[in-house]
Design a protein around this ligand. Structure first.
Ligand SMILES: [Ca+2]
Ligand SMILES: [Ca+2]
Length: 161
């Protein structure tokens, strides 16, 4: 699992980022990047080379490097770190309820869990829906909460095996 950056490390990156971003607008343009590169010793990169670097680092495609992209470039790891579990949960949920703001029914929930290869028992569904709003529907928040608690229980159980 990716190690989280400490606040001190983030501050170091922030200072470095600021030195690339003299107008402090929160993004490094091709021009700003080229300026730093050209003040560094060694071979001067061409405009095309700088553009190429920016292109590789520019994850959101806006033509500049923001702070998150900068850290990703420096560490070689996605920043902010993605919670892979959450991504998996939301992907499965979106097949039934794309906005993440609505709710799904018990039978949709069952299908969703089957799709994850993690079927739920009737008792689990019943308990879950009883704990929720009494309308027999499940919000995204309830679902994530359930998934997290369920995995913790699984971990505890497998810890004794
Ligand atoms: Ca700037
Ligand atoms: Ca960008």
């Amino acid at each position: 699992m990716a190690r989280k950056l400490s606040p001190e490390e983030i501050q170091v990156f922030k200072d470095l980022f600021d030195s690339y971003d003299p107008d402090k607008d929160g993004s490094i343009t091709v021009e700003e990047f080229a300026k730093v590169m050209s003040s560094a010793p060694g071979k001067q990169p061409t405009q095309a080379e700088v553009e190429q670097i920016i292109k590789e680092v520019d994850l959101d495609g806006d033509g500049t490097i923001n702070f998150n992209e900068f850290i990703t470039m420096m560490t070689g790891l996605p920043y902010p770190p993605k919670d892979e579990e959450d991504a998996e949960y939301s992907k499965a949920w979106k097949e039934y309820e794309p906005s993440l703001n609505g709710s799904i029914t018990a039978s949709q929930f069952r299908q969703l869990m089957n799709g994850l290869g993690d079927p739920v028992t009737d008792v689990e569904v019943e308990q879950l829906l009883n704990n929720v709003d009494g309308e027999g529907k499940l919000s995204y928040k309830d679902y994530v909460h359930f998934m997290k608690n369920r995995n913790i229980e699984d971990d505890i159980v497998s810890g004794y095996q």
